[in-house]
Design a protein around this ligand. Structure first.
Ligand code: UD1
Ligand code: CA
Length: 458
């Protein structure tokens, strides 16, 4: 199902994000750990929005400004509800009681530490509600169900979910596991959740108890299947790396199906927002940090590292380039090995083929930047801009001390240290004049050898 097929029923998503996640051994709250350049909470908020949630409630530990800021960034308009004490998943959902008192048609409960659930899966999870189900639970078959709540069934009927701690040996043998996420009809959600008690081994209010309560009311409860891999939660850094690998596999696949060639896909690392156009070729060992767009027909050679960068059409870069801090390469621009750009724009067809740093710079169309050129953009306190006009030629090993402008079509002689503006079509040379002393080296060598002989050859 695609997001465009969303039924015209209103949807609230309640995202549970409280808890420090102590097994992460981190100063950062668990849900702010990143995969593919986006926080886990960000992934979940993006998925529920893509699934059509018009209203979002996030239940979070109180007083975490970093979590609040992330919610505001990823889901502007989401309401945040503090859960001061961590008394269980049902208790957490009830922290957002206000949204359940004026319910939408459908409510989905998502977990901030279960970042791989796709928008499509949230749509599948809510779909039974439109058919009259009061509760839908997401579940998977696992040969190793230890730790998960078990979905207890009788024939095709769901009876209850039993947490591992409370399960009998027979119940522990059940391999159908609760993924944790749930959809509830808005009409019944508050009534069911309010009845959940904490008379269990953990003394917690268990959200999955909504199933048995719904069954007792004679409501229909549906199990929606999901892959175990997609339902994977993140509780420690090993699981974080597993989730990263899963998201990378997804991103690579969609880049390739979108028309990009990844020569060795397992060595290319993408961000959640990386855009690769048609006929883009990415050679092995390339890292795309957040904010990169590569237009059709570009080639990214091996060992490139790009963040916050736009490559317009048919750009060729690498191998070994680093682009960051808003780098823009216009159509047909080229960068060769060991070139770094930071906050710099290369005009159409401009080239920097080797060993160059261009920071806070504007390079005109078809300008040629020689090997070893450096923009000296930083004076120790402030950053300054370098402007190089269209068709200018910067000789190798030049230092351009910003703020400075080299006019259109101007030449800068190799090895110059340019501190003053160079007018259009001028030539600037700023280095010591060459002196040649005929025979000097031969005489010097002879003198040195005589000296060595006097010292006994040592
Ligand atoms: C939960 C399910 C279990 C399921 C498993 C799947 C319950 C009681 N159990 O167990 O059946 O198999 O997920 O991974 O729901 N949270 C709060 N406040 C709380 C408690 C939890 O915000 O008071 C949040 C956590 O931050 C987390 C989510 O709810 O994002 C799940 O809580 P967690 O304690 O990890 O539940 P599990 O024991 O994994
Ligand atoms: Ca968990």
């Amino acid at each position: 199902m695609t997001p465009s097929a969303t039924p015209p029923r209103s949807l609230t998503a309640i995202v549970l994000a409280a808890g420090k996640g102590t097994r992460m051994r981190s100063d950062l709250p668990k849900v702010l750990h990143r995969i593919a350049g986006r926080t886990m909470l960000g992934h979940v908020l993006a998925a529920v929005q893509a699934a059509g949630a018009g209203r979002i409630a996030v239940v979070a530990e109180p007083g975490r400004e970093d979590v609040d800021a992330e919610i505001a960034r990823e889901a502007p308009g989401a309401q945040v509800f503090p859960q001061a004490e961590r008394l269980g998943t049902a208790h957490a959902v009830l922290a957002a009681r206000a949204v359940l008192e004026a319910p939408d048609d459908d409510v989905v409960i998502a977990f901030g530490d279960t970042p791989l659930i796709s928008a499509e899966t949230f749509l599948r999870l809510r779909a039974p509600l439109a058919e009259g189900a009061a509760v839908a639970v997401l579940a998977f078959e696992s040969p190793t169900p230890t730790g998960y709540g078990r979905v207890l069934t009788e024939g095709s009927r769901v009876l209850a979910i039993r947490e591992e701690k409370d399960a009998s040996p027979a119940e522990r043998a059940v391999t159908l596991c609760n993924a944790g996420l749930m959809a509830l009809s808005g009409q019944h959600a508050l009534t069911l959740l309010s009845r959940i008690g904490n008379d269990n081994a953990a003394g917690e209010y268990y959200l999955p108890d909504a199933v048995a309560l719904a069954v007792a009311e004679g409501f229909s409860v549906t199990v929606v299947p999901v892959d175990e891999a997609e339902a994977q939660g993140v509780n420690d850094r090993v699981q974080l790396s597993i989730a990263e690998a899963a998201i990378q596999a997804r991103l690579r696949r969609s880049a390739m199906l979108g028309g990009a060639t990844l020569v060795a896909p397992e060595t290319v690392f993408l961000s959640h927002d990386t855009i690769l156009g048609r006929d883009v070729v990415v050679e092995p060992h390339v890292v795309f940090g957040p904010g990169v767009r590569v237009a059709d027909g570009c080639t990214v050679q091996a060992f490139a590292h790009l963040t916050d960068t736009v490559l317009e059409g048919s750009v060729r870069i690498g191998p070994f380039v680093r682009l960051r801090g808003h780098a823009v390469l216009e159509t047909g621009a080229e960068l060769g090995n060991f070139v770094e750009l930071k906050n710099a724009r290369m005009g159409p067809g401009a080239k920097a083929a080797h060993l160059t740093y261009l920071g806070d710079a504007e390079i005109g169309a078809k300008a040629n930047i020689g090997a070893g050129t450096i923009t000296c953009n930083y004076d120790g306190v402030l950053k300054h801009k370098t402007t190089i006009g269209a068709g200018a030629f910067i000789g190798s090993n030049s230092a351009l001390v910003a703020p400075v402008t080299v006019g259109e079509g101007a030449y800068v002689a190799s090895g110059s240290v340019i501190t003053d503006d160079v007018p259009a079509d001028a030539m600037a040379v700023a280095r010591g004049r060459q002196a040649v002393k005929p025979g000097w080296a031969k005489l010097k060598r002879a003198a040195l050898q005589a000296e060595k002989a006097l010292r006994g050859g040592r």
